[in-house]
Design a protein around this ligand. Structure first.
Ligand code: ATP
Length: 212
């Protein structure tokens, strides 16, 4: 069974730095599809600048540009804090033994020990860390990952969960924080996110008040 790719995030707003690395992983690991799963109520960060509904709508507008991507709104339907462990449990219940690949940027991986019930994550899915040059993994996290590291993509299809797999992707120098700041300054961010998302931001005047 081809693995299912899962890309969670706040997506405030969704941009090519989220979508292009995931597209590379989809192709490199021969995934069945990428499910983009916006966090209705991200547990880790301050309240997003755009409402949950706007963030979901922007993701819906973004994915048609990317073959094999689809939106999964289960964190909205569930309510409460959008803990990844609960999302994986619900996907596992739905998909049985199918391999699940949870994609995350290396910056997210470096904070994984702060996630709710984080040690259960590899029981429920493979962790695919989208590697970018210049990031070092601290010794403690490295020691935790070491026995779980898989280097062959076929290992991901051979079991439902349990691997930590590092996938190099082309760096995308785009950050949602910087996009929001640029929009607040009245600058165009065209080219850094799908045109339909940029149109939506302008139509709804999102991010137009400078964040403190
Ligand atoms: P912010 O700048 O507000 O912190 P973010 O885009 O980093 O936003 P999320 O929307 O939660 O935050 O990111 C979702 C996922 O996308 C995370 O796994 C993150 O590591 C990854 N990601 C974000 N930007 C990039 C990028 N430029 N290249 C690769 N991965 C990225």
């Amino acid at each position: 069974m081809r693995p299912l790719g899962l890309l969670g995030g706040t997506f405030d707003p969704v941009h090519y730095g989220h979508l292009r690395p995931a597209q590379e992983v989809l192709r490199a690991l021969n995934l069945e599809e990428i499910r983009v799963i916006p966090a209705a109520q991200p547990p880790h960060r301050r309240t997003p600048a755009a409402s949950a509904e706007h963030r979901l709508r922007m993701v819906e507008l973004a994915v048609p540009e990317f073959a094999g991507f689809r939106v999964d709104d289960r964190e909205y339907r569930r309510g409460g804090p959008s803990y990844t462990v609960l999302t994986l449990e619900s996907l596992r219940a739905e998909f049985g033994a199918r391999p699940l690949c949870l994609l995350m940027g290396i910056d997210a991986f470096l904070e994984i020990e702060t996630w709710h019930q984080w040690t259960r994550l590899p029981e429920l899915a493979h962790l695919i860390v989208m590697q970018r040059p210049g990031w070092q993994i601290p010794a403690k996290l490295s020691a935790w990952a070491a026995p779980r590291i898989c280097r062959e993509p076929h290992a991901l299809a051979a079991s439902g969960a349990g691997c930590v797999f590092f996938q190099s992707v082309a760096p995308q120098d785009i950050s949602a924080t910087r996009l929001r700041a640029a929009i607040a300054r009245g600058e165009s961010v065209a080219g850094q996110l799908p045109p339909a998302v940029w149109d939506y931001i302008r139509t709804h005047r999102l991010y137009s008040v400078r964040e403190n």
